[in-house]
Design a protein around this ligand. Sequence first.
Ligand SMILES: *Cc1c(COP(=O)(O)O)cnc(C)c1O
Length: 396
Amino acid sequence: MELSERIQHLKPSVTLAAAAKANALKTQGKDILNLTIGEPDFATPENIQEAAIRAIKSGKASYYTPSAGIPELRQAIVDYTKKNYGIQYEASQAIVTDGAKFALYVLFQTILNPKDEVIIPVPYWVSYGEQVKLAQGRPVFVRGKEKNAFKVTVSQLEEVRSTKTKALIINSPSNPTGMIYDKKELQAIGEWAVKNDVLIVADDIYGRLVYNDNEFTPMAAISEAIRKQTIIINGISKTYAMTGWRIGYALGSQEIINGMISIASQSTSNPTAVSQYAAIEALTGTQEAVEEMRNAFAERLNLLYPLVSSLPGVTLNKPQGAFYLFPNVKETLLMCGYENVTKWAEDLLEETGVAVVTGEGFGAPENIRLSYATNLGTLEEAIRKMAYFIESKSQN
Ligand SMILES: *Cc1c(COP(=O)(O)O)cnc(C)c1O
């Protein structure tokens, strides 16, 4: 059968593919040091697990929920956002989705007509462009300069703006770079978006995972005008070590949220009920575990950063949040006699068992993404092996 053009043009997720390859090798009994992982390596905190079990036992998790999510969770999302961002939404302006990834998917289905443009800063999270295309929109890529910590500027945005520009995605802290837009940068971009009526899609999923002296500023909290121009995308996956539970959400204008609810009602009906009850506990219960996990990530980052920076040929901005390092390995490849990062990463995996994600899927083919969502021992050994690999290749 001839499949749809849509599916013929779709690129599957490279990060999920890289992780699957590492896992397959591991299953075959190979010693794999896996730095491809895009999710916290911690177990979901105990209090959240307990809340889920209670919801199952009481019977209330047995049934469909409203498509927008159960009212208590929508209220919890609004209260959490008020507490952390200092801004107020109505519960009706929140939709609970099957992960933040699906919130983005439904959003693009809701706002885009064929050929409408969405500006996506590069390096980007792998799914943005593909999701825009699935909604028949056109991704417009703008490269954040490495010396500007991979962040885009208003003049760059203005260069690519057209009459078709509908939205701009800002992901801060960023996957894959770990960099954060500061308040001044956000304000300039936000004011540009308001002036030109461009919807800002603020993917805040790593907002609680910031380290050292860095601070997360939410785009929507900059001003009332910018808040109205912004749709917040967030979720519990990264903050609460709950990737498998699949709960995300969006907050924004009633009109857009209502459109998203309609699509959800005709596609998934609702996010899994038991996960929604667990999410209420995540957002309203003790936040102790979040702080412990954040401290563990910070410790790993601070240990790893100098080690990776001192690898031959590597240049690296110190990440401020999320749980990735995104070194530029252009010089390293040259030293090792490689033309592209894909072959280099394949040989690295083959010869040393160190699995990384190449930057190509993020629009940055000179870079690799190293996740530190794994234990310190694995991280140290992986970097030692990478150093050895680079040195032995360079001598040839
Ligand atoms: C992980 C991730 C998401 C999606 O998370 P969900 O598990 O679907 O909630 C969205 N954006 C970025 C940048 C991510 O890294």
